[in-house]
Write a protein that binds this ligand. Structure first.
Ligand code: ADP
Length: 320
């Protein structure tokens, strides 16, 4: 009888022990799962609170490759992607607003001048001499041309940035093109009392590129060199082979560009001297267009400059 009671007691203890142990084990497993779920939910909440801009790094305890771990990994990847895309959208929006502000500023200046001259002609029609009328008309036409250049540059850059331009690739002698473009600027250089020379190595191989676009690159660089080089200065256009590439250099003895400005000058709408308004027709788009064209050809453009001594732009293109 006593033995039976002892056995019964033992069995009861065992059962209670098993139940308690199972409960504790279930509690531990439950806690382990809820801790990880809570961490995941806190991480989601922190991401939401940051305005979906900062993904919160999440390191779960334990090294289980279970559903919770996979869920958190998917959430991490998703939050990083959302944050990146949101950042890109914000940047595009900022650029769009900047572009609108810059465009309206640059268009307003020549438009206002043109309007001023034309209105003066209307109001003072009876008093103006024919010379004055002519002069006013000439100024109005000049502003009109600047407006046209601005709109054309904007249109060109927008198309280049939207990848809507397909270069018509052909093989042509780059040295000859450089000579032709230099020739085109010879008269203007003479008027500005600037020496403009082309130096092309005779064994320079032809390149494979869109001839019109490379002409545009050369024109932009020479125009800039002329704009920033004082009377008595010198501009050199050099073409020389450099291994499997051809190097195109436009060098001037102008005012140069300060070191801290160098990495910005290829950004669209960047002008070192912001006081120089769009009324001059130079909206800071030239180098942005130039770089896009060079990149479209798989090439590279670099700049070296020393303030007060001059600037050299180096374009490299693939040989045919
Ligand atoms: P912009 O139409 O104002 O010339 P660009 O994009 O062609 O615009 O050039 C951007 C800026 O880079 C210019 O405002 C100018 O300050 C600087 N820059 C470009 N080329 C030269 C140069 N050859 N010498 C000195 N500064 C230059």
């Amino acid at each position: 009888m006593f033995e039976e009671q002892r056995l019964f007691g033992l069995a009861t203890n065992l059962m209670v022990g098993t139940v308690v142990f199972s409960l504790i084990a279930a509690l531990i497993v439950f806690r382990f799962l809820t801790v990880r779920l809570r961490m995941l939910s806190e991480s989601i909440e922190a991401f939401r609170a940051s305005g979906f801009t900062t993904p919160v790094p999440l390191t779960l305890p334990g090294k289980l490759d279970d559903e919770i771990y996979r869920l958190s990994a998917a959430f991490q990847a998703m939050s990083e992607r959302i944050a990146m895309q949101l950042g890109q959208l914000e940047q595009v929006d900022r650029q769009r607003r900047e572009l609108l502000a810059n465009v309206s500023h640059d268009l307003r200046t020549p438009l206002a001048s043109m309007q001023g001259y034309l209105e003066t002609m209307l109001i003072r029609a009876d008093e103006l001499t024919s010379e004055e009328r002519n002069r006013y008309l000439q100024v109005a036409v000049k502003h009109c041309e600047r407006l046209g250049k601005l709109v054309q540059d904007l249109f060109e850059l927008t198309k280049l940035e939207a990848h809507e331009v397909n270069p018509q690739i052909e093989t042509f002698p780059i040295a000859e093109l450089a000579q032709d473009v230099v020739q085109k600027f010879a008269l203007k250089a003479q008027k500005c009392q600037i020496t403009l020379v082309a130096k092309c190595e005779p064994d320079c191989p032809p390149v494979r590129a869109d001839i019109g676009m490379i002409e545009r690159v050369l024109e932009n660089l020479i125009e800039n060199a002329m704009r920033y080089t004082p009377v008595g200065g010198e501009i050199g256009v050099e073409v020389r082979p450099a291994g499997a590439r051809v190097e195109l250099r436009v060098r001037d003895t102008g005012e140069g560009i300060r070191g801290e400005e160098l990495h910005n000058i290829f950004d669209r709408y960047y002008r070192v001297d912001r006081s120089e308004s769009g009324g001059t027709g130079n909206a800071g788009l030239g180098l942005a267009i130039t770089r896009r064209i060079v990149e479209l050809h798989g090439g590279d453009i670099q700049v070296e400059s020393a303030p007060g001594l001059g600037t050299t732009f180096i374009v490299d293109l693939a040989v045919a």
